[in-house]
Design a protein around this ligand. Sequence first.
Ligand code: HEC
Length: 123
Amino acid sequence: MKSLLLRLVVVFVLMPVSAVPALSAEEIKIPFHLAKGQLLYEKYCSSCHGLQLNGSDKGPPLIHPFYKPSHHNDKSVYRAALKGVKQHHWNFGDMPPVVGMTPGKMDRVVPYLRYYQRQKKLY
Ligand code: HEC
């Protein structure tokens, strides 16, 4: 009886921990050196471009062929984040400059973005 009670307690204590990963459900394994970029992407970009870069009702997917380096090079990614973009490919409206974003933070975000695109076989 006592051990059953103990087991129940253990289950209820551990349950929330095992339920956490769903939030940033990563189907793609992110190498350690890109973890900071992922964190910054999730903080500054994912609200519009999606946690899995698959877009949202506020912004397009960044794993779309438009955003291959051959079509939107790294410079244009920095420019989008730091200066914003006028609506031109989609109907989500303009992308405003991202508040709090810096070139230094983008140095982390861009390699993460490119890695993710390659894992998705975009290029
Ligand atoms: C408030 C919503 C929002 C946020 C936050 C946001 N974006 Fe965007 N982004 C958009 C929209 C909308 C477009 C599409 C503009 C179009 O082509 O019509 C876009 C387009 C882009 C483009 C394409 C630029 C171009 O020249 O066409 C890139 C690259 C991009 N976003 C990267 C980012 C990155 C990196 C972040 C985070 C640092 C970010 N975005 C944060 C809404 C957002």
